[in-house]
Write a protein that binds this ligand. Structure first.
Ligand code: ARG
Length: 465
């Protein structure tokens, strides 16, 4: 800023200039910065603050700057600090005094906040679309493996048999809430800071509502001090991305486990795995591991910004410039993650036999026996105790739960009948869990249909409660 300021007698120290410059990363705001400036000067002319001819010339030149940036011929200068001053300098260089009118009634404080809001408004849509594409990948995988059974886990221990489709659709639910959160975030951030000036508003007759409307905002932010100082919309957006990253990471962990030699449930396409530089036999799930690992940096961006904002007095402080690198990194990371997960899932193949063998362990049906006893009138806590003793009894004799006679079962489960011996079948167990949202095929088929319909359109709206 010293460059243009009458207040300064010399430019910044070279290291200081390097320390303050943000152009290397905030140049990605160029299109939204120009969009904001076009709306701003249009309003200035309409309100009679600058001549109409000047506004027309400025708008034309802003468009040409945008073209030059996109063509790669625009020269960004670090000594101009950031994207706002680079564009303004280019305008002035070309238009002289006319260009010098663009910043009338505006501060970089309200300008940068506007740019980031416009930018994130678009990113909410883009990430929402990637999430929808990932949901579609899950749904088609679930449809293609509709009757496949595997052991569902709690505490990473085999628990009860479930349909693979049920497991997959659990992720569709998570990612749908993620989309919904982004819609919410987008609605809340869609308010215009322009006209707030440095912090207190302006002595010029700015028409803030006009600018807001022109930029597609749902109105102007009410309080000029709030408009330049808060970054809660970025924090909220990063929180939403952090949840997306954490959901992706859990999926990645499921995949890492499932491809391991201990599980061998799934085979990932070679295109989404890597080899070892030393061990020729290896096929490692590095992509899934990196999805898990990269969740750390997304959460890091969230925590970083919370920490930056935490101790700041109102209103704008330069610390706030630190909101951007973490934000952009989180966006790039999440988008790449989502774009990779979809084809990785679509090309995954499941080892039906291994999964069904694992699910056929009769111990997984112990709950079925306890619930059968409940249906015979036994209070659940007693049923649970009896079946627990039955499991221990079998364990001591190295017998599987389905290798006992009725008499043997009756030693620990006195009310057992022949019917109880038939409970130790995984498919029967899955078929019987017909509660709403349960793993029974009829329930899962309903969910599948629901998602197939909802995700059919190319730009589906997320589910609203
Ligand atoms: N590059 C700055 C940022 O991102 C723009 C605002 C600068 N404002 C100021 N008063 N120095 O925050």
């Amino acid at each position: 800023m010293a460059l243009w300021s009458g207040r300064f007698s010399k430019g910044a120290d070279q290291l200081a200039a390097q320390f303050t410059a943000s152009i290397d990363y905030d140049k990605r705001l160029y299109a939204h910065d120009i969009q904001g400036s076009i709306a701003h000067v249009t309003m200035l002319a309409k309100a009679g603050i600058i001549p109409k001819a000047d506004a027309t010339a400025i708008v034309r030149e802003l468009r040409s700057i945008r073209q030059r940036i996109e063509a790669g011929t625009f020269k960004f200068r670090a000594e101009l600090e950031d994207i706002h001053m680079n564009i303004e300098a280019a305008l002035i260089e070309k238009l002289g005094d006319t260009g010098a009118r663009v910043h009338t009634g505006r501060s970089r404080n309200d300008q940068v906040n506007t740019d980031v809001r416009l930018y994130l408004r678009d990113e909410c849509d883009a990430i929402g679309a990637l999430l929808a594409e990932l949901q579609r990948a899950f749904v088609s995988l679930a449809r293609a493996n509709q009757d496949l059974i595997l052991p569902g886990l709690t505490h990473l221990q085999n628990a009860q048999p479930v349909l693979l489709a049920h497991h997959l659709l659990a992720y569709v639910e998570m990612f749908d809430r993620d989309r919904d959160r982004l819609v919410d975030c987008q609605r809340r951030l869609n308010r215009c800071p322009l006209g707030a000036g440095a912090l207190a508003g302006s002595t010029l007759p700015l028409d803030r509502e006009f600018v807001a409307r022109k930029l597609g905002f749902d109105g102007a932010l009410r309080n000029s001090m709030d408009a330049v100082s808060d970054r809660d919309f970025i924090i909220e957006f990063l929180a939403d991305l952090s949840i997306v990253a954490v959901h992706s990471s859990r999926l990645a962990e499921d995949l890492v486990l499932w491809v391991s030699q201990r599980f061998k449930y799934v085979e990932l396409d070679d295109a989404f795995c890597t080899g070892s530089s030393l061990m020729p036999q290896k096929k490692n799930p590095d992509i899934a591991e990196l999805v898990r690992g990269k969740a750390g940096r997304v959460v890091g961006s969230l925590v970083g910004l919370l920490t930056v904002v935490k101790g700041l007095p109102l209103t704008y402080n330069r610390d706030l410039q630190e909101d951007k690198e973490g934000l952009f990194d989180a966006i790039d990371t999440v988008k790449l993650t989502l774009a990779l997960l979809a084809p990785m899932l679509r090309t995954a193949t499941f080892n039906r036999q291994v999964m069904e063998d694992a699910a056929s362990d009769p111990a997984l049906m112990a709950t079925d026996l306890a619930e059968w006893l409940v249906k015979q009138g036994v209070p659940f806590r007693q049923a649970h105790h009896q079946v627990g003793r039955f499991v221990a009894w079998c364990g001591q004799r190295k017998l599987a739960l389905d290798q006992v006679t009725l008499e043997q079962m009756r030693e620990t489960v006195p009310l057992a009948k022949a019917e109880a011996l038939g409970l130790f079948n995984a498919r029967r167990s899955v078929n019987a869990r017909t509660t709403l949202g349960g793993t029974a095929p009829e329930q899962v088929a309903k969910q599948l249909k629901f998602w197939e319909t909802r995700l059919r359109s190319k730009t589906p709206k997320p589910r609203r409660a």
